[in-house]
Design a protein around this ligand. Structure first.
Ligand code: ATP
Ligand code: MG
Length: 300
């Protein structure tokens, strides 16, 4: 991973660093939009979910869900299949509207993103969707370049350089750039999706089930990569997962969803001491105990 570290550091301090391009864009007048939205206040929660309820027809998914995410943490949203984790993530990033309540990021209501408001904010977060969601007709490099083409006016040459750096920074070999998603392994596809999610040098990174379906060694490597990128880029990470190994390894705090509500919120240590029957089942079942032992903790 040392090589990855150095390449990523180079990317950060390189003259083609997108961070600098973003600053230039700020100087070109977008900063006015930011201050109007109030989303440059670094003391404010970076994500806020406030009394969110969601239904699809008569089926209720969320019922009065609230929590805040602090700058710099790895915050996990956990819970069983179908409990509404991905839906909540889509609501936070403005792709979907809750039935009632609201979500915000950088102090700005997510619904403003849906209404096509400040484009500047789109540059400040990256999203890795469930299953990676790469475009199958585009090469790895073309996939990673999509956000740059969509949100910047950078030249082809600079886009090419940034994409090459990001592909290296997630530990993928340079010769994978021209390959199509179906020519990559599952682990490589996740790294490619991660490269696309960080290509704009975001402050906030959303990951939906990043390690689902990966073998334990590849999954652990992916978690390690997320931690390294977090340290290098100063990221806040919001990770949707039900991978208990991953939760023990990299989360600072976890919100456990179930029955439409937040059943518990805290560190893994705190949650493992919860008396809530559903949380206990989650943490003290066979898989939960194995994940805890692997994380080197003592069973309670
Ligand atoms: N657009 C939609 N229309 C109708 N129902 C939907 C829609 N999106 C999600 N749902 C339903 O909402 C519930 C929550 O789905 P969601 O994908 O958010 O769950 P999840 O916690 O991410 O599950 P998983 O762990 O399997 O990824 C499911 O019952 C799903 O069928
Ligand atoms: Mg999901």
């Amino acid at each position: 991973m040392d090589l990855v570290f150095h390449v990523a550091l180079d990317a950060l301090f390189s003259p083609v660093s997108l961070a600098r391009e973003s600053k230039k864009m700020g100087a070109m007048g977008l900063s006015g939009v930011e201050s109007r939205g109030g989303f440059n206040d670094i003391s404010a929660p970076i994500v806020e979910v406030s009394h969110v309820s969601t239904s699809f027809g008569s089926a209720g998914v969320h019922e009065d869900v609230s929590f805040t995410i602090r700058r710099g943490e790895v915050f996990a949203i956990a819970g069983g299949n179908g409990c509404g984790k991905s839906t909540l993530m889509r609501e936070i990033v403005g792709l979907q509207e809750p039935t009632s309540g609201s979500t915000s990021l950088f102090g700005m209501e997510s619904r403003l993103l849906r209404d096509g408001h400040p484009q500047a904010i789109h540059r400040r977060f990256g999203v890795m969707f469930q299953q990676g969601a790469l475009f199958s007709s585009l090469t790895l490099a073309e996939n990673v370049a999509v956000p740059l083409k969509e949100h910047t006016t950078l030249s082809q040459d600079i886009i090419h350089d940034i994409v090459a750096l990001k592909i290296a920074s997630v530990g993928l070999p340079a010769d994978s750039a021209g390959k199509y998603p179906n020519e990559l392994s599952g682990g490589m596809r996740r790294r490619a999706a991660l490269a696309r999610a960080i290509v704009m040098d975001p402050e906030l990174l959303f990951l939906d089930e990043p390690t689902a379906g990966l073998d334990p060694i590849i999954a652990a490597g992916f978690d390690e990569l997320v931690l390294q990128l977090k340290a290098l880029l100063g990221l806040t990470v919001v990770m949707v997962t039900h991978d208990l190994d991953s939760l023990w390894r990299i989360s600072d705090r976890v919100a456990v969803l179930g029955h439409g509500r937040v059943l518990g919120l805290g560190t893994m240590e705190e949650l493992s001491r919860s008396n809530d029957p559903l949380i206990r089942e989650y943490f003290h079942g066979v898989r939960g105990r194995a994940a805890r032992e692997q994380a080197g903790k003592h069973a309670v």
